[in-house]
Design a protein around this ligand. Structure first.
Ligand code: FAD
Length: 304
């Protein structure tokens, strides 16, 4: 059995594995895809002390760093269930079961996509999901934000300080963001908000985004917006479906409930990164949280 088994190989899981292995304990890491969301990212400019890197390069660096510490890495495997018997037991999709004295859950999240033509094709070439990450790439340009919930309106306010103009498109007949955010957005003269708007296609020139089309749901009319970027803000879904039948408490959004030490409701199980209730979903935040979770697990191991 392992002393610590990490589920997930993104920034949070890699950090947890390195911190655990450096304590000299037997550490394993199971990941469906090493690197996680970082693999879907092009430019990264906010990993402090690294002014610029690219997703696949950062993922390779993470893997190399973990490999320097004799961590037992198992990739292309999904965790399917977690339970405590004498030890913690993690069942994999392959049918195998791994035993460990402690576990760090770091399975991350995925952005909800619109599912319209052009979205996948222009991902990272104008279609973006993270305003903190990609906003500065659109400096002085016109962009759209899809989604009029809190994350959409927050994104619009954030982007309005960087880009030339922001159009918010909301499918429903009203914005569902908090009133204070909507008021703030209305005060900005470079934000326009359109309700009853169904985005139907992302347009491009083969290289990058040039616009989008939407249908006005009340009249059925189609409109074209000329923009250089589309920020899709219709929700982030944590990869925690496999925990639904376990003793690990999730909040109504499916995020793993943790405290400031990364402790979950199941003794010996800690969690970190985008899969948790942590308020900000970022690489550097996930790395810090992964380290915290591993140190908490180590503290648990030396006391039990
Ligand atoms: P993830 O990176 O999501 O990794 C999760 C890991 O768990 C993966 O290895 C996955 O394969 C694995 N996994 C999932 N389910 C299972 C399972 N059941 N069993 C086994 N393994 C499983 N942040 C920044 O700070 N700067 C940026 O510039 C930036 N740009 C971004 C651009 C895009 C397009 C996206 C999508 C995100 C961006 N982010 C950026 C956010 C950042 O990528 C995430 O905050 C960060 O990757 C979260 O790390 P994590 O380790 O918690 O999860």
């Amino acid at each position: 059995p392992y002393d610590l088994l990490v589920i997930g190989g993104g920034p949070a899981g890699a950090a947890a594995a390195i911190y655990a292995a450096r304590k000299g304990i037997r550490t394993g890491l199971v990941a469906e895809r090493f690197g996680g969301q970082v693999m879907d990212t092009v430019g990264i400019e906010n990993l402090i002390s690294v002014p610029y890197t690219e997703g696949p390069k950062l993922a390779a660096n993470l893997e190399q760093h973990v490999k320097e510490y004799g961590v037992d890495i198992i990739t292309e495997q999904r965790a399917a269930h977690l339970q405590r018997k004498d030890m913690l037991q993690v069942e994999l999709n392959s049918g195998a079961t791994l035993s460990s004295r402690s576990v760090v859950l770091a399975t991350g999240a995925r952005w909800k996509t619109l599912g319209v033509p052009g979205e996948a094709e222009y991902r990272t070439r104008g279609v973006a999901y993270c305003p903190h990450c990609d906003g500065p790439f659109f400096k002085g340009k016109r962009v759209a934000v899809i989604g009029g919930g809190n994350s959409g309106i927050e994104a619009a306010i954030d982007l309005a300080g960087i880009v030339e103009h922001v159009t918010v498109l909301e499918f429903a007949d009203r914005l569902c963001a908090d009133e204070v955010l909507v008021r703030k957005a209305k005060q900005k003269d470079n934000i326009e908000m359109i309700v009853n708007a169904q985005t139907t296609e992302v347009l491009g020139d083969g290289k990058k985004v040039t616009g989008l089309t939407y249908t006005e749901r009340t009249t059925g009319e189609t409109h074209i917006l000329e923009i250089a970027g589309v920020f899709v803000q219709i929700g982030l879904v944590p990869n925690t479906e496999f925990l639904q039948r376990t003793d690990v408490a999730l909040n109504p959004m499916g995020e793993i409930v943790i405290d400031e030490r990364g402790t979950t409701s199941l003794p010996g199980v800690y969690a970190a990164g985008d899969a948790t209730t942590v308020p900000y979903k970022q690489i550097v935040v996930s790395m810090g949280a992964g380290s915290t979770a591993a140190l908490s697990a180590f503290d648990y191991l030396i006391r039990s």
